[in-house]
Design a protein around this ligand. Structure first.
Ligand code: SF4
Length: 377
């Protein structure tokens, strides 16, 4: 039963370009990059939002366009669209969250002069009084721009319909996450996060329709999948790539019960209000999200939020996924490590790259941590 319910979702998560090869015949595809691009706006314009999450394939082209010390997320995003999927996207909305993405946007825009292109300029310090107003102005600018490209104005009703659909989708994902926490025997970490990942690629109505019977089945079976042999863990970072890292966590019996990933909780826990002006509601959602590495208000929240998650979900360990050369994480990590040491919280920093071929080494480190620090054999 589970295999049948998951089949299409896992296919899309793992081979999105093959699984969705007919997509462009139905709608124009607008690629966006992390984090927080308001995909409801793209959807409301009658376009298909598709989150570009890089490629684990070898880098052939983008190395010549970006410095060597650039993170592999940015580099492999550019590689994906230049070398592997040059014809898949009709346009792009790129989020500017750090110096790397700022320069990436400039390179991207020059390379794709034949496509639709917009930056999404999100404020980096969200607690400033001007931040919310700025986001609303930026959303309105994007709404106008997408409407011009789509050839029709995006009405408030269009936007409300999209907001409702995306909220419904997120609510189902939250229910599934809740079951997974209580019943890790039902889903592996890899399966659950692949289901979330599929949402970033496929038609959201289709994803929602696939989720409904899956959630219903999972809630009915929750009692059978109790936490036997698993230990609760928090995953922190930006993305978990390559996705085999989740398999490694599965192998040591970690049950991810909480995370602060833009590709998971930061996305699924923050709905847009369906009341009032939809743009104002989206701006409100934007500034109410918690910190993530390059976007924050009080700098200490980069570790206090993590400690809260660890305690709230009674976790036994934190796995911090560090993308090599992520300038933002590089600055956070010394403070996070010090604080976790002071608090006596077991944390393993797993350094990774999209093109990493060191899974065996990673496996040894994760197993050694579980054995030596958590006392699991
Ligand atoms: S925040 Fe880090 S991982 Fe994301 S694009 Fe910037 S440097 Fe790369």
């Amino acid at each position: 039963m589970k295999e049948r319910l998951l089949e299409r979702l896992l296919e899309v998560a793992n081979k999105p370009f093959e699984a969705l090869k007919d997509l462009r015949a139905k709608k124009k595809v607008i690629g966006s990059t992390l984090a927080d691009v308001p995909e409801e706006l793209i959807h409301a314009a009658g376009l298909h939002p598709f989150l570009i999450l890089g490629t684990n394939e070898p880098i052939r082209v983008s190395a010549a366009l970006m410095p060597d010390n650039c993170c592999s997320l940015a580099r492999s995003n550019l590689e994906l669209v230049l070398a592997y999927q040059p014809d898949f996207f009709d346009g792009f909305v790129l989020s500017q969250v750090c110096d790397t993405t700022q320069h990436l946007c400039d390179i991207w825009k020059r390379r794709f002069q034949d496509r639709y292109f917009e930056n999404f300029l999100a404020p980096r310090q969200v607690s400033r009084p001007s931040a919310r107003q700025w986001v609303a102005v930026e959303m309105r600018r994007l709404r106008e721009s997408l409407g011009r490209y789509a050839g029709r104005a995006i009405t408030d009703d269009d936007l409300r319909r999209s907001i409702r659909l995306f909220n419904e989708n997120r609510a189902l994902l939250r229910r599934l996450y809740d079951v997974k926490r209580r019943a890790p025997g039902l889903f592996s970490n890899r399966e659950f996060f692949d289901v979330v990942k599929a949402a970033f690629f496929m038609d959201r109505s289709e994803h929602t329709e696939l989720l409904k019977p899956l959630v219903q089945w999972a809630e009915g079976e929750a009692e059978k999948g109790a936490a036997d042999g698993h230990f609760p863990a928090v995953v922190a970072g930006i993305v978990v790539e390559p996705p085999q890292i989740y398999d490694l966590l599965d192998e040591v019996g970690a049950n991810v019960v909480a995370d602060n990933l833009p590709t998971a909780s930061r996305y699924i826990y923050y709905d847009v209000s369906e009341e009032g002006d939809p743009i104002e509601a989206m701006a409100e959602r934007h500034v109410s999200r918690p910190n993530f590495s390059p976007i924050n208000d009080q700098v200490e929240r980069i570790y206090t939020d993590l400690i809260e998650l660890y305690r709230e979900y009674a976790a036994q360990a934190i796995f911090y996924i560090h993308i090599k050369y992520c300038e933002s994480q590089d600055y956070d990590l010394p403070d996070i490590k010090r604080k976790m040491r002071e608090e006596g919280i077991p944390m393993l920093v797993v350094e990774t790259e999209y093109q990493s071929t060191h899974l065996a080494l990673m496996k040894t480190r994760i197993e050694a941590f579980c054995e030596a620090v958590l006392g699991r054999v």
